[in-house]
Ligand binder design. Structure first.
Ligand SMILES: CC(C)(COP(=O)(O)OP(=O)(O)OC[C@H]1O[C@@H](n2cnc3c(N)ncnc32)[C@H](O)[C@@H]1OP(=O)(O)O)[C@@H](O)C(=O)NCCC(=O)NCCS
Length: 260
C-alpha cells in the first residue's frame, strides 16, 4: 500500500497454525523453503514451542513481505536469497535487519506476532514499525501506566473510535505506542509514558488486504498522520486497523531515510 505522501509499504500476514504443523510434522515443508538453516536454528533456540512458532511465523511473514516488495521494485529474489538477522546489542537490540544481496537497495522491516498471527512490513525508504494486539481487556492500572492524560483523552474522545469497543480503543493505542518505539528505536527501554503522541490527522479509509484482520465487514483501516512531540520536519504516517478481534498499527518515519 502507499502511505499518504509516502513510498510503498508491503505487508504480509502469516497465520501461526500452519507454521506449527510444519514444525511438528512436515520438516521438509514451508520452513526450509523460505528460511535459511541459520534462521531456523535461531528460532529453534526458543525453549517454548509457542515462542518458537511465533518467531518462525514472523520470519516467514518478513520473507514474504521482502520478496514481494523487492519484486515490485524490479528485484526478483527468492526467499532464501534474503537473510533476516537482528541487532544484537545497543538501544535497538532485537530490531530485525534484512540482509540483501549486493546491488539490491536496502529495506527496513518490522515484525509483530500475537494470538495465532504474525505480520511483517517492508519498505525501501525510511523506517517502519508495526504492532499487532488481540483486542482483549486492559486494566485501568495498565492504562494509567501506559498512557499520558493527553493520550487517554484523545483515545476516549476520538470520533473515529466512537463506535468501537473500549478494548479495541485501548489496544489500538497500545499498538501505536509499540509501533512508535519499534519505528524510531527510541525509548524502547524507557517509561511507556515517554513515548508519546497527542492524536492524529485522519487521512481517510484505505483498502488494505490484511487477511485475518481487515477482511470482515465493519473492519476499520485508516491512513493517519500521527502527531508526536518530535521536532523533525517529516511527518510520521501510518495505518490503523481494527478487525477480527485484533488491533494493528503501522508507523512509517521518513525523517531517517537511508539511515537503516
Ligand atoms: C520490542 C517490543 C516493543 C516488542 O513488542 P511485543 O508486543 O512484545 O512483541 P511483538 O510481537 O509485537 O514484536 C516482537 C518483534 O519486535 C521486533 N523487535 C524486537 N526488538 C526490537 C527493537 N528494538 N526495535 C524494533 N523491533 C524490535 C522483533 O522482530 C520481535 O520479533 P522476534 O523476536 O520474533 O524477532 C517490546 O518487546 C519492548 O521492548 N517493549 C519495551 C516496552 C515498551 O516501551 N512498550 C511500549 C508499550 S505501550
Amino acid at each position: 500500500m502507499l502511505m499518504p505522501g509516502g513510498p510503498r509499504i508491503t505487508f504480509a500476514v502469516m497465520p501461526q497454525a500452519p507454521v506449527r504443523r510444519a514444525w511438528e510434522t512436515h520438516p521438509q515443508g514451508i520452513i526450509p523453503r523460505v528460511l535459511t538453516q541459520a534462521e531456523v536454528a535461531v528460532s529453534g533456540m526458543h525453549p517454548l514451542l509457542e515462542r518458537r512458532v511465533a518467531h518462525l511465523a514472523g520470519r516467514i511473514a518478513a520473507k514474504f513481505a521482502l520478496v514481494h516488495h523487492l519484486r515490485t521494485h524490479g528485484h526478483p529474489l527468492e526467499a532464501r536469497d534474503i537473510g533476516i538477522t537482528q541487532r544484537m546489542a545497543g538501544p535497538e537490540e532485537g530490531r530485525p535487519v534484512a540482509q540483501l544481496p549486493a546491488g539490491v537497495p536496502s529495506c527496513d522491516l518490522s515484525i509483530t506476532h500475537s494470538h495465532g498471527l504474525a505480520v511483517a512490513a517492508a519498505t525501501g525508504r525510511g523506517r517502519i514499525g508495526i504492532d499487532l494486539e488481540r483486542a482483549s481487556p486492559r486494566s485501568s492500572a495498565l492504562i494509567e501506566e501506559a498512557f499520558t492524560q493527553v493520550e487517554q483523552d484523545w483515545l476516549s474522545r476520538c470520533e473515529l473510535l466512537h463506535d468501537r469497543t473500549s478494548d479495541e480503543r485501548w489496544n489500538l493505542g497500545w499498538c501505536i505506542k509499540e509501533a512508535l518505539v519499534k519505528c524510531t528505536g527510541h525509548g524502547l527501554r524507557a517509561s511507556l509514558q515517554h513515548v508519546t503522541f497527542s492524536g492524529w490527522t485522519d487521512q481517510g479509509a484505505v483498502s488494505v488486504p490484511l487477511p485475518a484482520l481487515t477482511d470482515e465487514a465493519g473492519a476499520l483501516a485508516r491512513c493517519i498522520t500521527l502527531h508526536t512531540p518530535r521536532t523533525s520536519s517529516a511527518p510520521l504516517t501510518g495505518l490503523l486497523a481494527l478487525g477480527r478481534g485484533y488491533a494493528f498499527a503501522a508507523l512509517h518515519d521518513l525523517s531517517e531515510d537511508g539511515a537503516t
